[in-house]
Every structure is written in structure tokens, then in C-alpha cells.
Design a protein around this ligand. Structure first.
Ligand SMILES: *[C@@H]1O[C@H](CO)[C@@H](O)[C@H](O)[C@H]1NC(C)=O
Ligand SMILES: *[C@@H]1O[C@H](CO)[C@@H](O)[C@H](O)[C@H]1NC(C)=O
Ligand SMILES: *[C@@H]1O[C@H](CO)[C@@H](O)[C@H](O)[C@H]1NC(C)=O
Ligand SMILES: *[C@@H]1O[C@H](CO)[C@@H](O)[C@H](O)[C@H]1NC(C)=O
Length: 718
């Protein structure tokens, strides 16, 4: 039986099981944690769920996006805020008491709805309302593997004792909640989901792993997920949001999300999935099928600036949402210099459980590096050893990605370069000192978006002819509702409880796109799920709020293997001009070419399957092309009845790209036009630094002067 892991960023840095063991040991010894905190009365901007304003989805918006997104949105109004649309979430359940699931202002439960509110301990139909209209749980696969659920670790019901499901659900369809804030008052303002009047159906399939920290993540079994997806289809959801994935790409036959999503496709349900948190390595994508929207993660224009002042007066800008500070300077040490005697050489800098020497750490600030072990657990270790404060330095692989946490002692996170500066300072002076200021919420932060280092990347090893991910969306430091049964750090010993929490992962990006799909479904009920996917993709944007290309965590220009078609823009997607549509049969034909020929007894594959490269996808992936390749696509006019579109392209380096015809004339809505694109390797294609098999990126666009229908291309030569 294969297990799937829910994509928490929290579990990301945990490498070896030995680390887990150490962690537990340490947790067992920890006697005291901070459980009292003072909220700080700072004044903040009113937008808590910043990500929605960042993508232009705020109706009171004057332009605060600095060139990114839209100045003013009417898509929410046009969509009735998602009224009548039902979004299904396959996740760890829901915390129904959260204000984000109140149903004031909600319309009646749609008459088409067939779902139920399943009873269980801590959950019954009284927890459902016009917001939460369905709630079920699936535990067979879990219990087959682990035995009966330990009821102190999780609830045998749709109740979320983890936080993940509550967070993703409120991101997608949470009601508006004024004066929401995290622990310590960060990001205070109105919290909202992207489709605040859409209904929620929650399918709990992910459960706490027995005898493990919740921060290690949940586990979700294939048979449970498949059962949940099939029920969601039968219940009548319109959109599915699935922030679950595998640690490594799963073959189609073993990928129950892909199989379930294929069933959903037959009912024209839009399925959004997270791309995975296994970056920055290439070929790491989860959920790579063409019939789901695969969502990568990037930052928004909000930061939680926490100044760190070194003894030499140098100020370094860290980030954190830790509600504590150190007003005075304290001695500063590097973890590797203050470890206990028995710590393996390669992890001395990591502040793993029980690795620090209390006699050397007491009263000091410790610089710990990322790499292995959980971020929040490193802070716990410094606290255990008697440290007063803690600086979390990025490893080189993390670059300048600043993932914020609510640590258990005064703390801040710094990028790799800053960590090296701090280390140099420690090495260059006899009595290194530092002081950690209180963080504050900063908006209009630039540049944004920046791709997260953790976001999983292409190329797509499962479906090589499909470029994935499809789009990127906010997934770094996202604030949303939280479970009342878990601390913000999810560490067992952390007894703090919060209503809202800030976490990171492609799990957080996925419900953003699911919400946008819900709005599109409300505006264009006649569109297919492929049309909605196409609209989101062809209108996505590749530039940041400084007008430059979206960069990765190291400052280099990111590629479509990280952001797909770009950052989603719901407002633009409502009016894409043209869509690349694909029917259920088109998908069956794709599967024929893929070699899966027995999907439906009612459908027979043709003797000669069409080329996979001609599947009508809104982006292009051509691995290992020899000389010249011609592919075909068909676009459907969903814009003005009469329009003329012109072709333009920025070919991948070393290739020439031509379309035939180069102009498309439309005279009614719904009209389809086909065209072919010829991609030719230039003679000198190997002379520009790219070696054989390396991908080059470009794009082509159909434009009528008002709509730019853009498709990215990833091409490599044989
Ligand atoms: C449902 O749960 C609520 C709150 O826990 C409780 O007050 C109520 O009695 C329960 N109803 C039923 C029918 O079990
Ligand atoms: C159930 O979980 C609790 C908390 O982790 C643990 O103390 C207890 O031993 C577990 N019970 C069983 C039967 O494993
Ligand atoms: C450290 O080295 C040990 C072997 O000495 C290895 O098992 C472990 O994976 C290494 N840890 C890291 C984080 O590189
Ligand atoms: C390119 O040619 C090589 C060698 O003949 C072949 O193995 C490969 O499949 C070809 N690629 C495509 C996309 O046709």
C-alpha cells in the first residue's frame, strides 16, 4: 500500500528518520514552553488575506498593486462572490467554529446538493450550515495500515485537529472576518476567502500519523482519497481543491488523485492540485496530469520585517511572525561552536534536538542553519538549551526565501547571504553581540511575486508532452484560519492556540486557484473544466511588481518549469478572449496515445492514436525534438463575436517558431479555429551554451489588441 503525504512545508526539511527520533527524545525532555504572550497593539493595513488583493481580487481596490495584477476588480461582483458554487476540499477536515465558516449572507444550499454532514466524535450536523454544507471522513485505508485511530491524536470525524484543512478551506471560500490577526497581532485586518459566498464541502482523508509530531505532517491513503473524490463527484461539487501530493512523481497507475480527477473530468468538475514542496530540485512535480490544474507557489507583496542589529551596528533585515523581541543586546554564537560533544560533524550547525550544550548556550542568541530538521523545532532546541534568542539562517539551497514562523522565543529568519554576513561577524570579533527587534507587517514589498525555493519543478517526467506546473499562486507566508486543536508551530509541546495562522507551501497556493476557478464557474457556467484551466493559464503573467521577470529564490529569472504560464490573474481569466478547450473524449484520446487504452468500456482507442503533442493544451512541452516538429492546436472564441487575432512568438533560444495560418478571423462566439505551429531547431542551436537535452523556453501569443492569449513553450533537442 502506498501512502501519500500531505504537502506541509513544515515536514519539508525533515530528512532522516534519525532526526525524527532525536526530535521526539527532545520533546519528551522539554518541560516548559511559552504559553502566555502579549498581543501587540500595532496598527496594520486592513487587508489580512493580502494574497487576494495582490492578485487584484478586492472590490474596494484603488491600485495598490504597483503594476502587478489589476487596479480594480469587478470579477467578484460578476461572480456573485461565488454564490451557488460548491467547492470540495480533500484535506484534513475543518474546524467549524472558526469565524471564517460563519454563514451570514450566504445563499441557500443549492437544490442540486446531495452531500451529507457525517456524524462522529466532535462533529455532527449541527456543525454544518450554509457555508459548510457537506463534511465526510474516510479512514479505511488509514486503519488498514495503522490499525484503529488513536482518538487522542485525531478525531474520527470531519473535524480538523491539524490546521491544514481549515487553512486551505478558508483560503478558498472563507467568509469575511473583520479584525482577524495572527498570534502577536501580525497582519491584522479582514480575512477572506477568494470566493467568500461559495459553499464548502469538506472530505477528510488525511490523518495524524500515530506517535508522531503533527508538524511531521499527515498521511492520506490512496483508497481513502479515491473514495472521497468519487463521493464529492456524486455529491455535486463544482470545483475540487486538493493540496495533497507525493514526495516523488508517481506513475499514473499509482496516482489515485489523477485517477479520481479523471472521474471528476467526466462531470466537468475543475480540479486544482498543489505542485509539491520538493524544490528546488528539477523533475519533482506532484499532480502532473493534463486534466488537473497544477499550482506552484510564490510570494506576495507582504513581509514581516524583523530587524536584527549586530554589535558592530550592522542592521540586517530578517523576517518572522514571532511575537517576542530582545530589547537588549546579548552574546551571539554560531550553533556549530556551542554543540554538545556527540553531535555528528555534518549537522552541528542545524540545532537539531539535544544537539546544543546548555552551558555554552545559556543567555545567548544562537545562529542555526536550515537544512535538516524542522524550522520551529530548532527554536525549541535553542530554548531548551537556555538560549535567549535565535537566528534561522537559510542554507544556500534556500537562497533568500524567507519562510516565517511563530517561534517559541525571540527569533528572526535571514537569507543565505545575510547568514554568511552574520557568521563572518561572529568570526571576526571577540565578543559578538546582537539584538532582535519586534517584527512588523510591511506591505507593498518588492519584488513580488518571487518563486518559493520549495516549489516543485518540471520537467514533467510522467507526462513529458505536458508542461507543468500550470500556474503559480500565493503560497509563501499565507494567513488563513486555523484549527483550535493545534499550536501555530504544530509542535506537541507548543501550547499556544490561535484563530489564524501563517504557513507556507504549494498547499496554500492550490486553494487560491480553486477559488478563482469557482468564480469563473459562476461567471461562465457553460465553460468546460478545460476552458476554465485554459483561461487561468493563458492570462497568467510572468512579471513582478517591479516590471521585471518573476525571479526565483536566488534572484535569477524563473522559468515555466517553476511558474508554468505565470502568476494567475483571476480578473483577466474572466475574459480570456480565446480558450484551448478539450472534451472528455479528447482526454481519452490523449490517454490512448499515452498507452492507457482501457479507461472506459464505451470508448475504443483508434488504431492509430493521435500524437500526444497535439493534445489541445494551452502550453507546449516538446522534449528531444529532431530538426523540425509541427503541432496543432484549436482555439475557441469566447470574446467578442467578431475579432481578428495575430500570432507572435518569442521562440526558445536556438529554435524558430512559425504559425500557420498567422491570422485567425472569428465572426461568432463559440467559433473554433485550428492552426499549426512549426518549431525548428536552428543549425546553431547548440552554440549558445545549452547542451543537448537542456530545455529552452519561449512563448507564443494570439492577440486581438485587447486579449493576449499566451502559451509558454519548453523545448529541448535530441
Ligand atoms: C451535536 O454536537 C453539539 C456540539 O458538540 C451538541 O451540543 C449536540 O448535542 C450534538 N447533537 C447530536 C444530535 O448529537
Ligand atoms: C494515543 O496517543 C497518545 C498521545 O500521543 C499516547 O499517549 C497514547 O499512548 C496513545 N495510545 C495508544 C493506545 O497508542
Ligand atoms: C550526516 O552524515 C550521516 C553519516 O555520517 C548521514 O547518515 C546523514 O544523512 C548526514 N546528514 C545530513 C543532514 O547530511
Ligand atoms: C529523435 O531521434 C531519436 C534518434 O533517432 C529518437 O530516438 C527520438 O525518439 C526522436 N525524437 C522525437 C521526438 O521524435
Amino acid at each position: 500500500m502506498k501512502k501519500l503525504s500531505i504537502l506541509f512545508l513544515f515536514l519539508l526539511p525533515l530528512l532522516a528518520s534519525c532526526v525524527e527520533k532525536q526530535l521526539k527524545l527532545y520533546i519528551a525532555e522539554l518541560k516548559e514552553v511559552v504559553s502566555v504572550f502579549k498581543s501587540n497593539p500595532r496598527k496594520y493595513s486592513v487587508q489580512t488575506t493580502r494574497s487576494w488583493r495582490f492578485v487584484g481580487l478586492e472590490e474596494d481596490g484603488h491600485n495598490i498593486n504597483h503594476g502587478f495584477g489589476e487596479s480594480r476588480s469587478d470579477i467578484l461582483k460578476r461572480a456573485g462572490y461565488g454564490k451557488k458554487v460548491i467547492v470540495g476540499l480533500i484535506d484534513s477536515g475543518v474546524w467549524p467554529e472558526s469565524k471564517s465558516f460563519r454563514d451570514e449572507g450566504m445563499g441557500p444550499i443549492p437544490g442540486s446538493w446531495k452531500g451529507i454532514c457525517q456524524n462522529g466524535p466532535d462533529f455532527n450536523s449541527s456543525h454544518c450550515n450554509k457555508k459548510i454544507i457537506g463534511a465526510r471522513y474516510y479512514i479505511k485505508g488509514f486503519e488498514k495500515y495503522y490499525g484503529p485511530l488513536n482518538m487522542t491524536e485525531d478525531s474520527r470525524s470531519p473535524r480538523d485537529k491539524d490546521g491544514h484543512g481549515t487553512h486551505t478551506a478558508s483560503t478558498a471560500v472563507g467568509s469575511r472576518v473583520k479584525n482577524a490577526a495572527t498570534l502577536g497581532g501580525f497582519a491584522r485586518g479582514t480575512a477572506t476567502g477568494g470566493a467568500p459566498l461559495a459553499h464548502l464541502a469538506i472530505y477528510k482523508v488525511c490523518w495524524a500519523i500515530p506517535k508522531q509530531e503533527k508538524a511531521d505532517g499527515n498521511t492520506c491513503f490512496e483508497e481513502d482519497m479515491l473514495a472521497a473524490i468519487d463521493d464529492a463527484i456524486g455529491d455535486g461539487v463544482h470545483v475540487l481543491s486538493i493540496s495533497i501530493g507525493t514526495r516523488e512523481p508517481a506513475p499514473l497507475k499509482e496516482d489515485s488523485i489523477a485517477i479520481g480527477a479523471f472521474h471528476a473530468l467526466q462531470n466537468d468538475i475543475v480540479v486544482a492540485c498543489s505542485a509539491g514542496n520538493e524544490g528546488p530540485a528539477p523533475s519533482t512535480l506532484s499532480n502532473p496530469s493534463p486534466w488537473v490544474i497544477t499550482v506552484g507557489a510564490s510570494s506576495v507583496d507582504r513581509a514581516f520585517s524583523a530587524p536584527l542589529v549586530l554589535g558592530n551596528g550592522m542592521e540586517i533585515k530578517g523576517q518572522t511572525v514571532t511575537p517576542y523581541k530582545l530589547d537588549k543586546s546579548y552574546p551571539l554564537v554560531f550553533a556549530s561552536d556551542v554543540v554538545a560533544s556527540n553531535v555528528p560533524k555534518n549537522v552541528t550547525s542545524q540545532c537539531l534536538a539535544n544537539s546544543l550544550s546548555p552551558t555554552k548556550v545559556k543567555g545567548k542568541i544562537v545562529l542555526c542553519m536550515r537544512g535538516s530538521g524542522m524550522r520551529v523545532a530548532k527554536g525549541m532546541e535553542v530554548k531548551r538549551a537556555g538560549g535567549f534568542g535565535f537566528i534561522l539562517g537559510n542554507s544556500q539551497a534556500n537562497g533568500n526565501d524567507l519562510i516565517v514562523d511563530a517561534h517559541v522565543l525571540p527569533a528572526t529568519s535571514v537569507g543565505y547571504n545575510d547568514a554568511m554576513k552574520i557568521l563572518n561577524y561572529i568570526r571576526s570579533t571577540k565578543y559578538p553581540m546582537a539584538r532582535i527587534g519586534l517584527a512588523r507587517t510591511v506591505i507593498h514589498y518588492r519584488p513580488a511575486p518571487v518563486m518559493a525555493s520549495f516549489t516543485s519543478r518540471g520537467p514533467n517526467v510522467i507526462h513529458p508532452s505536458i508542461l507543468k506546473p500550470d500556474v503559480t499562486a500565493p503560497g509563501v507566508n499565507i494567513m488563513a484560519a486555523w484549527s483550535g486543536a493545534t499550536a501555530p508551530s504544530k509542535l506537541y509541546e507548543d501550547k499556544r492556540l490561535v484563530k489564524y495562522n501563517i504557513i507556507s507551501g504549494t498547499s496554500m497556493a492550490c486553494p487560491h486557484v480553486a477559488a478563482a476557478a469557482a468564480l469563473l464557474r459562476a461567471i461562465h457556467p457553460e465553460w468546460s473544466s478545460a476552458a476554465i484551466r485554459s483561461a487561468l493559464m493563458t492570462t497568467a503573467w510572468m512579471k513582478n511588481n517591479m516590471g521585471g521577470p518573476i525571479a526565483d529564490h536566488s534572484g535569477n529569472a524563473a522559468t515555466p518549469f517553476q511558474f508554468g504560464s505565470g502568476h494567475f490573474r483571476p480578473e483577466k481569466a474572466a475574459d480570456p478572449g480565446l480558450v484551448y478547450d478539450a472534451s472528455y473524449t479528447d482526454h481519452l484520446l490523449y490517454l490512448c496515445s499515452y498507452g492507457v487504452k482501457n479507461v472506459s468500456p464505451k470508448f475504443k482507442c483508434p488504431t492509430v492514436s493521435p500524437s500526444m503533442y497535439n493534445f489541445n493544451y494551452p502550453s507546449v512541452s516538446l522534449p528531444q525534438i529532431n530538426g523540425t516538429v509541427t503541432i496543432t492546436r484549436t482555439v475557441t472564441n469566447v470574446g467578442a463575436s467578431s475579432s481578428v487575432y495575430f500570432f507572435s512568438a518569442r521562440p526558445p533560444p536556438g529554435f524558430a517558431v512559425k504559425a500557420s495560418p498567422g491570422v485567425l478571423f472569428f465572426n461568432h462566439v463559440g467559433q473554433k479555429k485550428s492552426f499549426s505551429i512549426t518549431i525548428k531547431a536552428r543549425e546553431d542551436s547548440m552554440s549558445n551554451g545549452r547542451s543537448k537535452g537542456d530545455y529552452g523556453f519561449g512563448w507564443y501569443t494570439w492577440s486581438d489588441g485587447h486579449h493576449d492569449v499566451r502559451s509558454p513553450m519548453a523545448v529541448s533537442s535530441a
